[in-house]
Design a protein around this ligand. Sequence first.
Ligand code: SF4
Length: 357
Amino acid sequence: MTSSPQNNADRAARIAPDLLRWYDANARTLPWRTAPGSNVPADPYRVWLSEIMLQQTTVAAVKPYFKDFTARWPNVAALAAAPDQDVLAAWAGLGYYARARNLIACARTVAEAGGRFPETEDGLRALPGVGAYTAAAIAAIAFGQRAVAVDANVERVVSRLFAIATPLPASRPAIRAAAGSITSDARAGDFAQAMMDLGSSICTSREPKCLVCPLRRDCRAQAQGIAASLPVKAAKKPRPERTGTAFWIERDGHVLLVKRAGRGMLAGMRALPDDGWAARRDGDGVPPVGAEWHEAAAQVRHVFTHFSLQMRIAATRDAPARLAEELGGEWWPLDRIADAGLPTLFANAVKVMAATE
Ligand code: SF4
């Protein structure tokens, strides 16, 4: 494959039509999508909600949450009016809880401005929790605007199409420019979604299926036999290991839950009391009250973005009722613990305790 300017232009001009033809026949059916080439515009609320949920989360994990959210809150006004605790509880298990708090803030910002999402990338970007990729994706999918939406999937496809071997993240400007050179004006939303689908089903991380890829004839990495080695990633720093303790305080079929502080990790979520562990420090192991404590045999391990936590669980039973007030918490019935909206880490602590009964 030679790379004269004319060849490059011809190649770039072929990629979008080839991709869209493939998408017309192979698009995934997803609850937030309209059919390829559809004249029915996608609902900006559903597109926005799905894009926020899909950040760092798989389609399979998002689907039931999307269904639940849109059944309970079918439009942005309904979500904006929902109590924080209801939304945080409905989000529980999806992880990256800052997204849920931004979701609430964004819904309220849009509702206060009349209930319509901005249609431009810049306008969308100004909303809480909407970064460059999400703004571009919503602008393209919901409003049909030409926008270069580059997430990890698209980074992979583009770095292979153009055989960009500079390691990430230094290669991002080159990837972005290359992505811009192939982004189509027509069918902007379908193009963005086609790139996502190609990245998740054909141009996969480990074993790209080049033989059945619609972009094969224009892919430099495929021609050079280096597809699976791209994109090159700079070596990651090891994730720090932290230790901490969660405290299981039980009385009369109830467990004491607290609400975490309004800022920081898992902010505003219901949780078991803990010993102050955080991304930069281990917990101090000091229980919140004097009592007879027993450590559960099993522990909970949880991987956060910036650290891993090994969490012990210390339990005390027959605790006095006044502790709820002393610790600023509430006694939550154990037979309704699934409704508490606990983050996965604490939901797993509940499972450990259920198994030790
Ligand atoms: S030919 Fe292979 S490496 Fe190139 S875009 Fe298609 S699947 Fe990816």
